[in-house]
Design a protein around this ligand. Structure first.
Ligand SMILES: Nc1ncnc2c1ncn2[C@@H]1O[C@H](COP(=O)(O)OP(=O)(O)OP(=O)(O)O)[C@@H](O)[C@H]1O
Length: 315
């Protein structure tokens, strides 16, 4: 990745659902940015808020506090019609479950064209059909499939239809929300490879949401770890996997199964205990502890992290 232009900026974003007694903070003061051309991963356990962040960038979830910028311009609140149209086209999402995310009663042709219809992003009917054909070919499906219904396809093919639906809009940024976790293990690699080759060919930027750490390591350039709506660590992916600092990241990594059964047998899985932080008296902030490596820590913890980095000779 040579281009370091910032494409997406999430600034102190909180997303709160419900009101009064039922108020629930799903995302709590989260900040990060995504460079153009990179694959940025967000990992965390179920319910940690990964999807909510993706949906906030898609403008499906309303941001309660903070702001999200795309190409340096706010995407919320009162925005011009042109800007709204542009971001609706440029930011696309691929969903987790290809069985649930495709309209069963619509033909593939309509499913893929929906975004085109609402944005009127085609010259005439022949142009629309050509765009659908190209999108299907780009994801390795036959153009003839456009006259079929979703139930006629396998899980992997359906996810390819979901990808084609995003691609037909000629996007710049794709939020892939656990795009392979609902698929058979045997076809996961194919879909991942397809996403990787589309990224190269179409100069795409990805936000890749996952709970499976081995996939994140394989596909992302940088990774953020989220725990109960708070971002706790962010670093280059290799760095995060080889030199994790936050105890939650360490616990997550220690739970990844080892391919070697002998190692797996003797392995100690760390348990994360959030009460170790003592944040009541000394609250944390998300700070850069070394270049490009951010961590949620209070002053006391920061001193500890800096010392351990120094000992590794890496400050
Ligand atoms: N519309 C909503 N109204 C109320 N609570 C919600 C809403 N959407 C999400 N939540 C809650 O916010 C929290 C975060 O949900 P989210 O789907 O972002 O988690 P996730 O990390 O993506 O989990 P998973 O891996 O299971 O998809 C959960 O506790 C969820 O129940």
């Amino acid at each position: 990745m040579t281009d370091k232009e910032v494409l997406v900026e999430v600034q102190n974003v909180s997303v709160v659902f419900g009101k009064g007694k039922h108020k629930f903070t799903a995302i709590d003061d989260v900040s990060f940015h995504i460079f153009k051309g990179e694959t940025f991963g967000i990992v965390g356990e179920s319910g940690s808020g990964k999807t909510t962040i993706g949906r906030a960038i898609m403008r499906i979830n309303e941001v309660t506090e903070g702001q999200i910028l795309y190409h340096g311009k706010s995407i919320q609140g009162k925005i011009s019609k042109e800007w709204d149209r542009e971001i609706t086209q440029k930011i696309q999402m691929i969903f987790q479950d290809p069985m649930a995310s495709l309209n069963e009663r619509a033909k593939v042709d309509y499913i893929i064209s929906e975004g085109l219809y609402s944005s009127k992003k085609y010259k005439d009917e022949a142009d629309r059909q050509q765009k659908v054909r190209n999108a299907l070919l780009n994801v390795g499906l036959l153009p003839e499939f456009s006259s079929r219904f979703p139930h006629e396809f396998s899980g992997g093919q359906r996810q390819r239809i979901g990808i084609a639906r995003a691609l037909v809009m000629d996007p710049e940024f794709i939020i892939a929300d656990e795009p392979i976790s609902a698929l058979d293990v045997s076809i996961r690699a194919q879909v991942l490879n397809l996403l990787a080759s589309l990224q190269q060919r179409n100069h795409l930027t990805y936000l890749f949401i996952a709970h499976d750490l081995s996939i994140v390591r394989f596909i992302t350039d940088r990774t953020a770890v989220i725990y109960k709506g708070k971002m706790v660590e962010l670093a280059d992916t290799e760095k995060l996997f080889t030199h994790p600092l936050h105890p939650y990241t360490k616990a997550l990594l220690s739970a990844v199964p080892e391919p070697n059964p002998y190692k797996e047998r003797g392995k100690i899985v760390e348990v994360y205990d959030p009460s170790q932080h003592r944040y009541e008296e000394n609250p944390p902030s998300f700070v850069e502890v070394e270049k490009g490596h951010f961590i949620l820590a209070n002053e006391e913890e920061l001193t500890h992290y800096r010392t351990s980095l120094k000992m590794e000779g890496k400050t």
